[in-house]
Design a protein around this ligand. Sequence first.
Ligand code: ZN
Ligand code: ZN
Length: 263
Amino acid sequence: MGDARAVTEAYLQIFRNVPAAGPGVCRICHTGTGGPSGLCVTCAVTTQGLYRHTEHVVPVSLCVRDGDGAQLHAIVTRRRDPPGSVRRVPFLAATVARFHRAHATCLTRLAGGPFTMVTTLPGTRLDRPIEVFGPMPRIVDMVGDLRGLHRPVLMAGSAQAAENLARRRSDERAFQVLGRVDGARVLLVDDLFVSGAHVQSAASALYLAGARAVVALVIARLVFPRACGDTARLWERACAERFDFDRCCRAGAPTVDRATDFG
Ligand SMILES: [Zn+2]
Ligand SMILES: [Zn+2]
C-alpha cells in the first residue's frame, strides 16, 4: 500500500481523540461511565456471562452517528466513501496501519508480549447488509505490519447466538474458532465498536480455544453524547481538539499478564 501517513493526513478532521480511562471514562471502551463505576453500563452488561472478556479495547477514534463527527461512522458502515479520491478500504487500511505503527509498543505491552496472531470478526451482523467478503480481512492484508500474522480463525457460530449479538448481548457461541490457538497473543481488529458484544464474544471464544491474550484494535468507537453527562463532556472535548494519531488512550493501563497471570 501507499504511505499511510500521506493517505490519512488530509482527513484528520474526521477523527476524534479517544480519552484515556479515568474518572467518568470507561476503562474498557472509553465512553462515559455516567457514574462512579470504572465501567460504562454497556460494558458492565457485555462482559457478563462469558468465559473471559478482554479488558483491552483500543479505538483509533470516537465517532457519532449524526451531525459533526459522523463522517467516520458513515465510511465504516459503508454508507459513504471518504471525501476526495481515496477509496474506503485503502483509507481504512491506511488508518489501521498508521495507528498500529504509532501504538505497536503499547499494544504489545497490553498483550503481555509480542502478538502471534492477527484476526478479524466474520460477518454475523444481522443489523447490517450481508457482505460475503467482509472488508476487514482485506484491510488487515493491506497493512504490512499485520498481514504476516493474519489468520482467519473466527467463523460464525450458532444463529441463535448471532441473534443475541444483534440485541447487543454477548454470546461466545456466536463465534467458532477453527482449531486451537493455545498460547496465542491475538490482536483482534474490527471496524466499528458499538456495544462491544461482538468483540467481547469473540474474545471469549478465543480464550476458550486457548488464547493467552486478546487485545482489540477497533477503528471507530461509536458514542452517544446524549447518553450521559460524562459522554457529552468527553465528546465535546474531543470535537474541540485536533486529532493526533500518536496520542495514546492506554498509557498506564495494566497489562493482561499483570492483571491476570502470575508466576
Ligand atoms: Zn465501556
Ligand atoms: Zn497507545
